[in-house]
Design a binder for this molecule. Structure first.
Ligand code: NAD
Length: 292
């Protein structure tokens, strides 16, 4: 907000707007900067008669009707690179949390129990990591995992085999990745192709004991199917859910399952990522404004 003000914009801060409130004020604005799960759909876009730029504070544009906005001559910008480091670091932290059962140990000690000997953890070293989506975040996770001594397998719709081979890894098809990996980590955008990409059929391809980590979008995993397979997996770590915050009983059942660790969508919630997102977004807004 400070940076936009310095560039001469009049900025109004409206946290926690409901859809109805947004619909009632959107026509007063040329630029809409938004974060979270607020849907910027056709209804909002059509009501915004004076909109010139839609700016997502973050990466995911899955809650924006980009096609309709562009048809209406509205630029859509985001900050695609700014949070990759933070999300990749959280992904590694979640893998370690599951492999070393950190949640159980930390929680039990806090509850007054000296729980040494309760479980044996496992090392990441020498395990096979399956990275689904080798973009900004997935490639960084693979790079960090390599430093932990993991073997890298990648599935992506693009040919990324050359980049993957630089890490000593291989690009494989989805079935080979899911059946061969010790840890599967998801880094695809939410699209019609990736919606419920992890479903009963694909979960069945994973061996017992496989660890599943999702820091991408909740809807990439079919919650019902995951609930069916969760007991035989080696652990599940989720930063994202099909419903955030959880309300439905089945989502709570997943969150509270002893084999599941959940963080409340904090992938990009670091001081550094927030600063970088702001810088990248303001730059992209300025470019869009000059371009329009
Ligand atoms: P990116 O666009 O850089 O990379 C995505 C990769 O997925 C690309 O390599 C693309 O080719 C591949 N891909 C797309 N569709 C595919 C498909 N059907 N099958 C296989 N591969 C496919 O994206 P990114 O910046 O690395 O972000 C990855 C995910 O992380 C997104 O879902 C984003 O919304 C999410 N994210 C989460 C947080 C968080 O707080 N947890 C923060 C930022 C981003």
């Amino acid at each position: 907000m400070d940076s936009l003000k310095k560039h001469g914009f009049e900025v109004h801060y409206k946290p926690g707007l409901s859809r109805e409130e947004l619909l009632s004020i959107v026509e007063n604005y040329n630029i809409l900067v938004f974060r979270g799960r607020l849907k910027i759909d056709r209804g909002v876009i059509d009501r915004g008669a004076n909109l010139k730029v839609l700016a997502r504070y973050g990466i995911g544009l899955d809650n924006v009707d980009v096609e309709h906005a562009v048809k209406r001559g509205i630029a859509v910008v985001n900050a695609p690179s700014a949070s990759a480091i933070s999300v990749a670091e959280l992904t590694i932290a979640l893998m370690l949390t599951v492999y070393r059962r950190l949640y159980d140990f930390i929680h039990s000690v806090k509850c007054g129990e000296w729980s040494k000997g309760k479980h044996l953890g496992r090392e990441l070293h020498g395990k096979k990591l399956g990275v689904i989506g080798f973009g900004r975040i997935g490639s960084r996770v693979a790079y960090y995992a390599k430093a932990f001594g993991m073997d890298i397998m990648v599935y992506d719709i693009r040919d990324v085999s050359e980049e993957v081979s630089k890490l000593g890894g291989v690009q494989v098809d989805l079935e080979r990745l899911l059946s061969g990996a010790d840890v599967v980590t998801l880094h695809v955008p939410l699209t019609p192709l990736t919606w419920h990409m992890i479903n009963d059929k694909t979960l069945s391809m994973m061996r017992d004991g496989t660890v599943l980590v999702n820091t991408s979008r909740g809807e990439v995993i079919d919650t019902d199917a995951l609930l069916k397979h969760v007991d035989r997996l080696g652990g599940v770590a989720l930063d994202v859910l099909e419903q955030e915050p959880p309300k439905d009983e089945k989502i709570w059942r997943l969150v509270k399952h002893p084999n599941v660790v959940v963080t409340p969508h904090i992938g990009a919630e670091t001081v550094e990522a927030m600063d970088r997102i702001a810088d990248e977004l303001v730059k992209n807004i300025l470019e869009a404004v000059n371009w329009l």
